[in-house]
Structures are given as structure tokens and as C-alpha cells.
Write a protein that binds this ligand. Structure first.
Ligand code: PEP
Ligand code: MN
Length: 338
């Protein structure tokens, strides 16, 4: 249920109502919007709960949330959520751009990549330190050493760091270095991991599992939101279909659909979505055109020498070119980018 508070309700009255909701055995999520504050009351509700809550003076009305994802739903919060960390802004009319190599490989590589993507206009730096690889024999990432290099790149450039955390026991360590915790596609339904990042107050970039339905995707986001972390960004990174020309199939209708169903910002990853560097620029333009709140793009100083995902990584020159073209499309859809 959504408990819609009257505009006149004081912060104290809102907290008191949240306590009342919890005393009824429900979980209370206070969601402060520009228009109104609501309390999402989630859990098994008993008979008469709606009428009881509506009897309080500070309550405007109580309405059921029909979607299975309660806190993520647009019914709960009609206005879009924007995520802000350092210079990276995702949503609310701004397209956040996160770029960088698939993996952190060396100090020289990540510092150069950071300078190059910053010069082209990115405000977030990606780079995996813990790498989920299909083969156990493939490069697994530089781990803490890689995290330290990302933090060094942030110190030198001011870019916000986005890096993956693969296990609940690593959340504390990764959170020490990063600005945004990335949950990889393979871990979208690792519920303990989702809860662990939900317990932090860092923004989370949640990638769609390659075989997950949109409802499963939103319910995964709900695991993070349910822990009280409201800073979740959804990332469409391609799904597995019968098609083999591209690494995955990148369904951009997801962006438009999600924006009808949820207030959370949605970004697109055209690198993993296609697996082919030459297709990435077109998909960046299309993502911006169809309403994406951000892009996450693999860019490597020398893609041919990349230790992972070189085939889908843009050169810094190609990235700068696509940023310039995306700026034109962003302006056409009334948004800013960078
Ligand atoms: C990544 O972005 O580094 C990554 C591994 O992507 P995904 O989880 O979408 O495969
Ligand atoms: Mn990659």
C-alpha cells in the first residue's frame, strides 16, 4: 500500500506514521518526492489496514500498489529518480556517461583511459577489478590492487568510479574505493549480494541478467531498495536469444517500457549488448534517442591489447566521436549529456 501523506504533514508526523506502519507488521519506506511524501507499506497486510491508516489526520489517502515490485514502481513515486555522485548524474533530464576499459590492467592503462574518457566528456570511469569470467582460466582481475588504481584515477581526474562487486563478503572492501557498486549480469539474482549492497548507502548499478524477464529484473532491484538503499540504476546490457550474430541481443524497448513502470533511472550498455565495437556507436545514438538516462561503454587505450573484451571496446578516438554525436541526439530529445 502507498500511504500518501498530506502536504501539511511535518517530518515528525511522517516519521510517526512510518512507526505506526511498522507496528502493524509492515515495512515502511519513506519516499520523499517533489510533489508529496509517501510511505510505501510493504508486507502481508491484515484486513482493515487501509481503513485504519486512512483514519489518521496526516494521511491523505491509502492506495494499493498493484505491481509486484513495490518501492521501484512508478505508482509509488511518479516522478523520476536521479542518481548523483561526484560529477556523474544519471536521470532527471541528464544522460550520465560511464566509460573505460572492461578490466583494470595496470596503472598506466587505467590512468590513460581515465584521461581519455574524461577528455571526451565522460563523468564516470568503469573498470573491473573483480571480473566474472565465463572461463575459470581467463584473467580474473587485479582485485584490491585494481581498486586502488581506480581510486588513484579518481584522484587524478575527479571521475566517479563504477566497478563490480561479485560477492557479499567483498562489499565492504569494494565500497571503500568505489562511488558506484556494479552488480554484474551473472549476479542479478544473487539475492544475498543484492541485500548486501542494499545495506550500503552507495549508488548501485544493477545489470539485467541475460535470461531475466523485466519483472525479475525489477524484483532484483526491489531487493536492494527493500534494504533502504534508494539509489538504484537499472542497466540493459542485452539478453540471450537464438541470434548469434551479436554477442547478446540488445532490446532497447526495455528502456521505454521500464520508464513507464519504474521511477528508477535506466542506462544502456551497448558494448556487452552487441559485443562488436563497430556496432556500439549506432546503439549509443539509439539508446539516447529512445530515452536512456545513461550509457556505460567500454573504451580501451589500445583495444587490440585488451586483456578482456577487446573486440567490443572502442578506441578513445571513436569514443570522442560518438560523444559528439550523442550530444546532438541528446539535445534533440531535450536532455544534456556527460
Ligand atoms: C562488465 O560490465 O564489466 C560486465 C562484466 O558486464 P555484464 O555483467 O553485463 O556481463
Ligand atoms: Mn566487459
Amino acid at each position: 500500500m502507498i500511504v500518501v501523506m498530506k502536504r501539511t504533514a511535518t517530518p515528525d508526523a511522517i516519521q510517526q506514521m512510518a512507526r505506526t506502519v511498522e507496528e502493524m507488521g509492515l515495512k515502511a519506506h519513506v519516499i520523499v518526492g517533489t510533489e508529496r511524501t509517501v510511505i510505501a507499506a510493504v508486507g502481508d497486510k491484515r484486513n482493515g489496514a487501509k481503513e485504519l491508516l486512512e483514519s489518521y489526520d496526516d494521511v491523505e489517502q491509502v492506495v494499493p500498489i498493484l505491481a509486484p515490485y513495490k518501492v521501484a514502481s512508478r505508482e509509488t513515486k511518479p516522478e523520476p529518480t536521479a542518481i548523483k555522485t561526484r560529477g556523474l548524474v544519471i536521470g532527471g533530464g541528464h544522460i550520465g556517461v560511464i566509460a573505460g576499459p572492461c578490466s583494470v590492467e595496470s596503472e598506466e592503462q587505467i590512468l590513460l583511459a581515465a584521461e581519455q574518457v574524461k577528455a571526451a566528456g565522460a563523468t564516470g570511469l568503469r573498470g573491473g577489478a573483480f571480473k566474472p569470467r565465463t572461463s575459470p582460466y581467463a584473467f580474473q582481475g587485479m582485485k584490491e590492487e585494481g581498486l586502488k588504481l581506480l581510486a588513484l584515477a579518481r584522484e587524478k581526474t575527479g571521475l566517479a568510479i563504477v566497478t563490480e562487486v561479485m560477492a557479499p563478503q567483498h562489499v565492504e572492501l569494494v565500497a571503500k574505493y568505489t562511488d558506484v557498486l556494479q552488480i554484474g549480469a551473472r549476479n542479478m539474482q544473487n539475492y544475498h549480494l543484492l541485500q548486501a549492497v542494499g545495506e550500503t548507502r552507495l549508488p548501485v548499478l544493477l545489470k539485467r541478467g541475460p535470461s531475466a524477464t523485466i519483472e525479475e529484473f525489477l524484483l532484483a532491484a526491489e531487493y536492494i531498495l527493500d534494504q533502504g538503499n534508494q539509489q538504484v540504476t537499472l542497466c540493459e546490457r542485452g539478453i540471450r536469444t537464438f541470434e548469434t550474430h551479436t554477442r547478446f541481443t540488445l532490446p532497447l524497448a526495455t528502456v521505454a517500457y521500464l520508464q513507464e513502470k519504474t521511477h528508477l533511472p535506466v542506462v544502456v550498455d551497448p558494448s556487452h549488448g552487441t559485443g562488436i565495437a563497430s556496432l556500439v556507436p549506432s546503439m549509443c545514438l539509439a539508446a539516447v534517442a529512445c530515452g536512456s538516462d545513461g550509457l556505460i561503454v567500454e573504451v580501451h587505450p589500445d583495444p587490440k591489447k585488451a586483456m578482456s573484451d577487446g573486440a567490443q571496446s572502442l578506441t578513445p578516438v571513436a569514443f570522442a566521436d560518438i560523444m559528439a554525436r550523442c550530444r546532438l541526439v541528446a539535445a534533440a530529445v531535450g536532455k544534456t549529456i556527460g
